[in-house]
Design a protein around this ligand. Structure first.
Ligand code: ARG
Length: 465
């Protein structure tokens, strides 16, 4: 039954107003078309709140039963796509509350006792973000598992390591990929850390100052799986630093994937030719029949800009706000949702894309013989024979100059030719001038020696399992 003495106004707050808002203002201030994504979280939060109200004797048990019955119907309507979202009801919270009241009467109107949309929305976002983080963590793990498989297959495959994009020293392809494993390991750590601060309950803060009802916040926190309750009501309803942290962690992850994308793009260029990407991640050109473009990695690189933009949007959104809640905060959702969507899609596509890389080991090795990649090994060799490092550096620089002008690589020199630069050079020099010798010698933790790469992979597999 509806209590007619407090007849339902058009809007939850229209009682104080003498004229309706214009259609433009209604559209401008509404969030229902994007915050309806949090409908299930909103309902979970409301159910936990109502359960607490009933336990505390603030509403009747029969009200709780009505609320639970109504919410079950609403969930069905939403799942079936039958729920009618209305701009007139501004946001997800008011849409659901209005429908609940239509379905169960006064119990629906009592549900909001001791609560405000301010603590309600902060709770919904945290519940939503917690789920998104859990999904992202699982996806990072699948990406890493695939990366480890390829790194293992190529623990011995030599590739030029670059500095300044100039051939520097030989590394293994496995070692190179493991660098990205380490980057994404730190990314996962960051998301785990952000999750700790996301997982605190704002509900109970009400509009800003708390509530005069005898609520039990700890109970609600337990019901919703929060680790603790937010300790200050003003802070809890107003700050969105947890969302900003999430966007920062997302920006860093995307930045790492963007770097990898840049490498894939470069490696796939016919000028480099180190890899080929599976056709399903590339597109052709409508005018140049020979083209196969690495669209997917290019888009990952491009979408990194979009994710960075969202981080800046949220930082800017927050910086000018006095305590406590301001409507500015409604603008937090679209950048946040877009960031989570972009990160989730990117990780999904990446996990698949890296398994479709064809490695052209011959091209990698050929590039190694063109850049004097073992020059440092020759210098280290001379140092081990007693020459101070700076002198060794000079000797090798002269040898490289000569090699360059005669169009050869260092291992192409004869022993006699090499001895022109230093009499310390002996027959054993050819071992260190080979790519395999160079790789095998870097056998400490973090080095590129195949045995170390295998150990790093084994360690990573333990962490992942
Ligand atoms: N739609 C609002 C938001 O996203 C909900 C909170 C509104 N609170 C208010 N007092 N207007 O932030």
């Amino acid at each position: 039954m509806t209590d007619t003495s407090t007849s339902s106004p058009d809007k939850a707050w229209s009682g104080r107003f003498s004229e309706p808002v214009s259609d433009l203002v209604k559209r401008y201030t509404a969030s229902v078309f994007f915050d309806q994504r949090m409908a299930m979280q909103d309902i979970r939060g409301s159910l936990a709140h109502a359960k607490m109200l009933a336990r505390q004797g603030i509403i009747d048990k029969s009200d709780l039963a009505d609320i639970e019955r109504g919410m079950a119907l609403i969930m069905q309507e939403i799942e079936r796509g039958e729920f009618i979202w209305s701009l007139d009801d501004e946001d997800v919270h008011l849409n659901i509350e209005k429908r609940l009241t239509a379905l169960v009467g006064d119990a629906g109107k009592r549900m909001h006792t001791g609560r405000s949309r301010n603590d309600q929305v902060a709770t919904d976002i945290r519940l939503w973000l917690r789920d998104a983080i859990d999904q992202i963590l699982a996806l990072i793990r699948s990406f890493q598992a695939n990366l480890l498989d390829i790194a293992e297959q190529h623990a011995d495959t030599p590739l030029p390591g670059f500095t300044h994009l100039q051939v520097a020293q030989p590394v293994t392809f496995g070692h190179h990929l493991m660098a990205y494993y380490e980057m994404t390991r730190r990314d996962a750590e960051r998301f785990i850390d952000v999750r700790r601060r996301v997982n605190r309950l704002p509900l109970g803060s009400a509009a800003l100052a708390g509530t005069s009802f005898p609520i039990d916040r700890e109970f609600v926190a337990r019901e919703l799986g929060f680790d603790e309750v937010c300790a200050n009501s003003l802070d809890a309803v107003s700050d969105r630093d947890f969302a900003i942290e999430f966007c920062a962690a997302s920006s860093l992850l995307m930045m790492h994937l963007s770097r990898l994308s840049e490498e894939l793009i470069m490696w796939m260029s016919p000028r480099v030719g180190f890899i080929d990407l599976a056709d399903r991640f590339c597109t052709g050109s409508s005018i140049m029949p020979q083209k196969k473009n690495p669209d997917v990695p290019e888009l990952v690189r491009g979408k990194t800009g979009r994710v960075n933009g969202s981080l800046i949007a949220l930082l800017t959104l927050m910086k000018g706000q006095p305590l406590a809640y301001n409507k500015d905060n409604q603008e937090d959702k679209e950048p946040l949702f877009d960031t989570a969507d972009t990160v989730i899609d990117t990780l999904r596509i990446y996990a698949d894309m890296i398994t479709g890389i064809r490695i052209k080991a011959d091209a990698m090795r050929a590039a190694l013989t063109q850049g004097y990649a073992t020059a440092t090994d020759l210098a280290d060799y001379l140092v081990k024979k007693g020459l101070p490092f700076r002198d060794a550096h000079e000797v090798v620089a002269l040898a490289v100059r000569a090699a360059e002008s005669s169009g050869r690589d260092l291992p192409d020199f004869s022993l006699v030719e090499l001895q022109v630069y230093s009499s310390l050079i002996g027959e054993d020099v050819f071992q260190v001038l080979t790519v395999e010798g160079s790789l095998a010698s870097r056998k400490h933790i973090g080095g590129t020696a195949p045995e170390q790469v295998r150990q790093a992979i084994a360690q990573a597999r333990k962490t992942l399992s």
